[in-house]
Design a protein around this ligand. Structure first.
Ligand SMILES: C[S@@+](CC[C@H](N)C(=O)[O-])C[C@H]1O[C@@H](n2cnc3c(N)ncnc32)[C@H](O)[C@@H]1O
Length: 289
């Protein structure tokens, strides 16, 4: 899509000019890996200039090291993981606890899986699944570097995922058009793409929800803006499963979901770069009573 056309489209949802220009210079963030250190110990040790965020383990990097964050000893030792603040939101909302069993159905390369493992203090079980075999090696590398020992990887199509076990917590970080994470994605994107991928997202979400234990929680997230990829798959799930309930969540400087899909979508969250100072995201927390 050409930029003027994209700006017109995005203006339906937010201030498109502010949104796209902020996306060109978003800060870097890192997550202190509590499986290997504490925020206090890490801050005393690292040479990086960091600033606090609203998450106790997440920091904004004020000055990038000359060779990038991925080439630091901090990264190699697994004391930290580079991850956008927005990308830390889905595990933050899911809030997996030590001892729980968790399914991460679209897991690679594992930023959110390893964050879940840290929140669980390596106790309990995570099944980290991804359809793309090539991306499983990056997932395995992150699991090893970050000292995660409670996670097994799996290579299934999430839309057809089967397991004899049910899960207390499930993360569906769905494949999407990525308009919130890549400032250039609009160049190849068209609305038709979102309508098509919406069917896959819906199928993965339904399959995941069918593996949720009663009393369990599922978080659906994408890093994009089109309602076809966000509110629509969630709304289809709610229609087919009257026992699925959206739960209100708090994220600073975020906005409610689009309520054309129903009043309950004010409980979903839209995160825009110019307001949140990190990637664009959509999040919905769903409970099975
Ligand atoms: C947004 S990325 C996941 C990022 C990951 N959660 C993280 O935080 O590092 C979406 C993932 O979905 C995977 N995927 C695409 N189609 C899938 C399907 N049908 N079933 C399961 N995974 C799929 C992609 O390979 C990709 O790794």
């Amino acid at each position: 899509m050409e930029k003027p056309e994209y700006l017109d489209w995005l203006n339906q949802y937010t201030d498109a000019e502010a949104c796209t220009s902020s996306q060109q210079s978003l800060p870097y963030y890192l997550r202190v890996n509590s499986l290997k250190t504490t925020a206090e110990e890490y801050l005393n040790w690292t040479n990086l200039k960091l600033e606090k965020t609203f998450l106790s383990y997440a920091f904004q990097v004020k000055e990038l090291p000359p060779n990038g964050l991925g080439n630091t000893i901090d990264y190699a030792t697994g004391w930290m993981h580079t991850q956008s603040l927005s990308s830390m939101l889905p595990p933050h909302l899911l809030n997996p606890k030590p001892g729980e069993n968790v399914l991460d159905i679209c897991a690679a390369p594992g930023s959110k899986t390893t964050q879940c493992a840290a929140l669980m203090q390596n106790k309990g079980i995570i099944l980290a699944n991804d359809k793309n075999k090539g991306r499983i090696s990056a997932l395995a590398n992150n699991i090893e570097r970050l000292g995660v020992i409670n996670t097994s990887t799996m290579n299934q199509d999430g839309a057809r995922f089967t397991s004899p076990h049910k899960f207390q917590k499930i993360l569906v970080d769905a494949p999407c058009s990525g308009l919130g994470s890549s400032e250039k994605a609009y160049g190849w994107w068209e609305e038709k793409y979102s309508r098509n991928i919406s069917a896959l997202q819906t199928a993965i979400l339904r399959t995941a929800f069918s593996h949720l234990e009663p009393g369990g929680t599922l978080v659906y997230s994408t890093c994009t803006y089109p309602p076809d990829e966000n509110e629509r798959p969630v709304s289809r799930l709610l229609e087919k499963n009257p026992n699925a309930k959206l739960e209100a969540v708090e994220i600073p400087n975020s906005e409610p979901g689009i309520q054309e899909f129903g009043k309950e979508f004010k409980k979903a969250r839209r995160v825009y770069p110019h307001k949140f100072n990190s990637e664009g995201f959509f999040l919905a927390k769903i409970r099975k009573p």
